[in-house]
Design a binder for this molecule. Sequence first.
Ligand code: ADP
Ligand code: GLC
Length: 487
Amino acid sequence: MNILLCSAEVTPFAKAGGLADMAASLSKDLAKLGHNVMLIMPKYGDIDTNAFKLENTGHTIGVPMGTWMEYCGLWRATLPGSKVTTYFIQSAEYFDREGIYGNPDGFGDNDRRYIFFSRAVFEIAKVLDFSPDIIHAHDYHTALTMPFLKIHYKSDPHFFKTAGVYTIHNMAFHGMFEPQQNMFLCGFGEFFNGSWFEYQGAMNFMKAGILFADKITTVSPTYAQEIRFTSAGEGLQSELNQRGPDVIGVLNGVDYSEWNPERDKLLPITYSKMYLGGKKENKRRYLAEHGVHEGELMQDLPMLGIVARLTDQKGIDLLEKTIEGFIQNGIIRFTMLGTGSKQYESYFQYLAAKYSTRSFVHIGYNNTISHRLIASCDFLLVPSKFEPCGLTQLYALKYGTIPIVRHTGGLADTIQEYDPASGKGNGIVFHQYSPEDFAGAIRRAVLLYNTQPHWNQIIQNAFGCDYSAKKCAERYTEVYAWALEKI
Ligand code: ADP
Ligand code: GLC
């Protein structure tokens, strides 16, 4: 199949979270399955053109906006570790600035930036003479490709046989904007109130994506249910239920060429399930780098870590209410890598300052540290309030690091509580979103760490899990076929 995949983030070019990893790993594995994949993203100002060998195609693309044309340049590079060509939309006005979305509140022109991106996708396909079987869009940023396909391009020979697949990574971000100007920029006509674009008086990009797509997917089977039947749908439950049979949960996969302790070039030492001494050595070095001396290392404490955007979604308030007691009492070591809310950042800085030999904090975004932290920890914390899929728990499993997760969304689909009676299970799971339940999970984790043969058993169980992107790509191939049946 010819698959045109468009995403606001793609690893390693530009990444804010898991969307970037998923867009890259899915593209790579679709290509490995024999599909012809074209990947399109914006050329943000801080993409390293030299490091990724971006080249200018020389094309200038005209993009209809309202009643006029705007123009963008087109660059190209190969997605590292694959043969997939990635195209980059160059626009001084919309993308040539620092950052992806603009933190903390988003750029004021994100509506216009992503309308332009979504419309440009079609014009690029035409200029490159690429006739897609599938346009696969992700999250609110590219949701408008779905109505553009059905309204503006359905009679264009390039898109006669094109189906639209829309993947929701996070219902919390609808993309709600002022309607009048945006409907005009999109050329969607006068009819707005009560239309498929309208939600509480605003133009809602995600709602339009859901209603115009041929198939809608989200990133885990449990989240697919949660968004239809609980408040996780963030107010779009009835639209999702209207599309009922077309809403499919497909679990994300991991790019094991990036995340594999046996070949990970970012680790001081590689290791495998057969060589756990290597994992211990990573931990020793991590601690030494953080000033923990040999004498203190005699005290064998489990290290619990977290890598996350510091937002309410990730359960950071639970950590705030829970973790200090364990650190204070010398029961665990704690480490984190993240950036986001200033309140959460200063809480972690407080922990680092107060418990300098047991609490290690990195505020910021750093890919190397994320790999080292996940390899060095004994447990990875994912206490999310909600979690559409979650990738860090899947990376942790591959590194023999045991996830401690709340039973929600993709965490519920991937992590099962270890059962000492049967020796089955790959993690520690708590259910209520409460400090008490979370603290109970940490206590169970510490006990397990100190109890053989169960500790070795759960680590082997973790290593035995397979959440490869290949499976995910195979499932999407089926979804694409179902979408094409609707054309
Ligand atoms: P989400 O997409 O909601 O942020 P995921 O678990 O799906 O959650 O994906 C998060 C991705 O972002 C993972 O690859 C994780 O390692 C990475 N990540 C998050 N915060 C940081 C950070 N501060 N530095 C490096 N990588 C990070
Ligand atoms: C979103 C979700 C996360 C998911 C990621 C990739 O950012 O918050 O749970 O893993 O997208 O699909």
